[in-house]
Design a protein around this ligand. Sequence first.
Ligand SMILES: Cc1cc2nc3c(=O)[nH]c(=O)nc-3n(C[C@H](O)[C@H](O)[C@H](O)COP(=O)(O)OP(=O)(O)OC[C@H]3O[C@@H](n4cnc5c(N)ncnc54)[C@H](O)[C@@H]3O)c2cc1C
Length: 451
Amino acid sequence: VDLPADLERALVDAVGAEHVRPGTEEPGACVDWTGRFVGESPAVVRPADTEQVAAVLAACSAAGATVVPQGGNTGLVGGSVPLKGEIVLSLVRLRRLDDVDRSARQVTAGAGVTLGDLQQHARAAGFAYAVDLAARDTATVGGSVATNAGGVHVLRYGDTRRQLVGVEFALSDGRVVRHLSGLEKDNTGYDLAGLFCGSEGTLGVVTAARLRLVPRRAERVAALLAFAETADALAAAQAIRDRTPDLEAAELFFDDGMRLVCEAFSLTSPFADSSAVYLLIECAADDDPTTRLGSLIEETPASDAAVAHDHDRRLALWSYRELHTSAINTVGAPHKLDVTIPLDRMPAFATEIRARIGELGPGVRVWLFGHALDGNLHVNVTGLAPDDERVEELVFPLVVSLGGSISAEHGIGTAKKRWLHLARTQTEIEVFRAIKLALDPAGILNPNVLL
Ligand SMILES: Cc1cc2nc3c(=O)[nH]c(=O)nc-3n(C[C@H](O)[C@H](O)[C@H](O)COP(=O)(O)OP(=O)(O)OC[C@H]3O[C@@H](n4cnc5c(N)ncnc54)[C@H](O)[C@@H]3O)c2cc1C
């Protein structure tokens, strides 16, 4: 795909020649994290600040060129890659990170700041940024706002939308909206930050966000518990949540995933015997929560438990869970179906989809893990061609019939847009289209995503 000479000149004027690169020289920007979605691009453009983003968009708009905004490119629904020859607008150089506003308990961060750097910045000021996920060192503030990322702390602090106080964004024609004052009470019309959160780059380009911080808890303990039944693991997580305000994470995975992670990364399970189901719990408090958690664990039907208080051993327990995504990629490019199921239906759902997906053919394998108390299961399926959508046809209607959602936290992207009608009414989708038309009338932003 070629870049028209006029547009190339305008882009170079906007950001400098060294930050306009042909897609052929930036293959990593054209393939998604799973390897399932591969495209090509005439140019990968990396502006340094909001004004440059606006200039790039104005130039693309004038030329009628389509654009895919891209942060860390860790999104899991194929929304961050140029599938039909779009220009990639990379936001990674927007690394503004203001001083923590202690009185407001907030911070303003540029779109390209990684979640890991934001967390560290908050920690240094005695706070924490609540959203945390395994891709923290690559995923960006802009991408997490655009996808309303969830992660492992939703049960205590909520998703990205709950942390978002204000947003700065550029519209497709280059106009900029700045609403970063951070007032906790500001009832002056439409909530544009809320609208942009989860808009997946279809309405405008997020250039900065004003984010809430939470208190930093000095003491942490993690525990990996083993169970014979999914229902027991979920009941244990609920019981611990009901008995302590310290609970910060409750992650679920299964024996096949544990074995795969151990094999792929040469790790050893902390347990001599394997179990069907594992629950990873983390508690955090101002004083050491280890004893409190210990007595709660004793009341669960866990057959085994490994408890870690010091930093390195806690991370070692977390690695069994956090390496799932990377381990699955070693089997093959997966179909990722991130769904929510009402908690009481999750055990039966897990059993049923294992059986049904197993029938799709030899070599088709399903890997399940997720955020237990959010009812959020990541259904990963390997052994299917990237465009073989039988598994989506099978799982999404089942999820909806059980009262769940076809996207818990990853968004719709390109991977799920065919099924949006299962989750939203015709009228809702018409409202979506009207909003899209109002903000991006020429439709240049992320044309393959959502609608
Ligand atoms: C190992 C691993 C673990 C993960 N765990 C979780 C998890 O627990 N919870 C969870 O919710 N997600 C998880 N994800 C998915 C992903 O990390 C998050 O969705 C993340 O927030 C995406 O950020 P990003 O910067 O990589 O965005 P990208 O992948 O670059 O983009 C994602 C979407 O946002 C759009 N976009 C990006 N930046 C902007 C911007 N500045 N303005 C407008 N639109 C933009 C893109 O066009 C695309 O549609 C995980 C991913 C990996 C690889």
